[in-house]
Design a protein around this ligand. Structure first.
Ligand code: UD1
Length: 345
């Protein structure tokens, strides 16, 4: 059985559907601090099966040990963590506590129960900024660690901890997935990204403008050294991303000997600008997305996207969904769930 920490969250909830489809058994462990039990109810309806879950925090070793005692946990997919960049700048201790301390507590319990397989949710944010003129798609070997905020630093620190853990005990089987920009939602329109407050990220913000919750979008700068002057990112459909976890699990299960932790980019290998995303969303929703060009957002990078060839080579995985599909599914989710926060249980 796989323990899915943070399994009720945006990426976790989509991943459990794909794990179920692939025949894996799992139990969700979540403190519901930034997710709701309602998302598990909805996943349950999609997969037509009850979902095993235990409420708990990864920092709470006592509860975690109880879960490891109760179930035969052979591996872990570790999503649990805080993820808002701005909030991490305001509240760094909470980010290091939840993300870094939480992961250490989880790894300690795993070690105690001789559970040594883990897939970890990292982020493209660990890569160093590259000069736009010299930009080439980011490879797993590209330099990392010059992070610009506590959220990014926490992801980088966890990667380093996992590498050191492996050096100390090479029976650990570790996969680190570096996500690019996850967007979109399940095709059912019943689960998706549900930001608690004002969304920081582009796609949730565009959806809220489309649905009339926000008047207009601020486009943070149109004077970047990119084709249309706006920021370029590698947006990836969350269902493609979810499927990458299944491939990562298959890979870990098939490993006899491992030489080092596997680090893999999970992106499409394509870059899309803010204006391109607005255009695609307008097409998908048949709504006008009013926007204003404003100043650049502090800390933003002009462009980055992945070299996604290693994922194909090592995991046999590549993204299949286009930005039109990402926008269509985001829109379906947004228009069906205007007041999803009120349904939190
Ligand atoms: C952000 C995080 C990154 C995280 C990723 C997850 C920052 C600095 N980085 O990256 O650590 O891993 O989300 O998806 O927050 N934009 C607008 N108007 C908006 C919002 C965004 O023009 O209201 C632009 C941004 O300037 C950027 C692009 O849209 O060019 C994407 O922004 P966003 O969705 O916040 O993602 P990242 O900045 O790539």
């Amino acid at each position: 059985m796989i323990l899915i920490t943070g399994g009720a969250g945006y990426i976790g909830s989509h991943t459990i559907i794909e794990l179920h489809n692939a025949g894996y058994d799992f139990i969700v462990y979540d403190n519901f601090s930034n997710s709701s039990k309602e998302s598990l109810n909805r996943v349950s309806k999609i997969i037509k099966k009850d979902i095993l879950f235990e409420e708990g925090d990864i920092r709470d070793s006592i509860t975690l040990k109880k879960v490891f005692k109760k179930y035969n946990i052979a591996s872990v997919i570790h999503f649990a963590g805080l993820k808002a960049v701005g909030e991490s700048v305001k509240n760094p201790l909470s980010y290091y506590d939840n993300n870094v301390v939480g992961t250490i507590k989880l790894l300690e319990v795993m070690k105690e129960f001789n559970c040594k397989k883990i897939v970890f949710s990292s982020s493209a944010t660990v890569y160093n900024e590259v000069d736009t003129k010299k930009f080439t798609p980011l490879k797993e070997s590209s330099p990392t660690g010059k992070t610009t905020n506590p959220y990014g630093t926490s992801k980088y620190m966890i990667e380093e901890i996992l590498k050191d853990l492996f050096k100390s005990d090479n029976t650990f089987k570790i996969t680190i997935l570096r996500y690019f920009n996850p967007v979109g939602a399940h095709e059912s329109g019943t689960i998706g990204e549900d930001p608690n407050e004002i969304p920081n990220n582009l796609m949730p913000f565009i959806s809220q403008v489309a649905v009339g919750k926000k008047e207009f979008l601020n486009v943070f700068g149109n004077d970047y050294d990119t084709k249309d002057g706006t920021g370029v990112r590698d947006y990836i459909h969350v269902v493609d991303l979810a499927k990458a976890h299944v491939k990562a699990m298959d890979y870990l299960d098939s490993l006899l000997i491992n030489n080092k932790p596997l680090i893999v980019n999970i992106g499409t290998g394509l870059g899309s600008s803010v204006l391109k995303m607005i255009e695609a969303f307008e097409k998908a929703s048949n709504k006008k997305i009013p926007y204003k060009i404003t100043q650049r957002r502090a800390g933003d990078i002009a462009k980055y996207y992945s070299d996604s060839s290693y994922a194909k080579e090592i995991l046999g995985w590549s993204a299949t969904k286009t930005i039109d599909e990402m926008c269509e599914d985001s829109w379906k989710w947004q228009k069906n769930n205007l007041n999803v926060n009120k349904e939190r249980s």
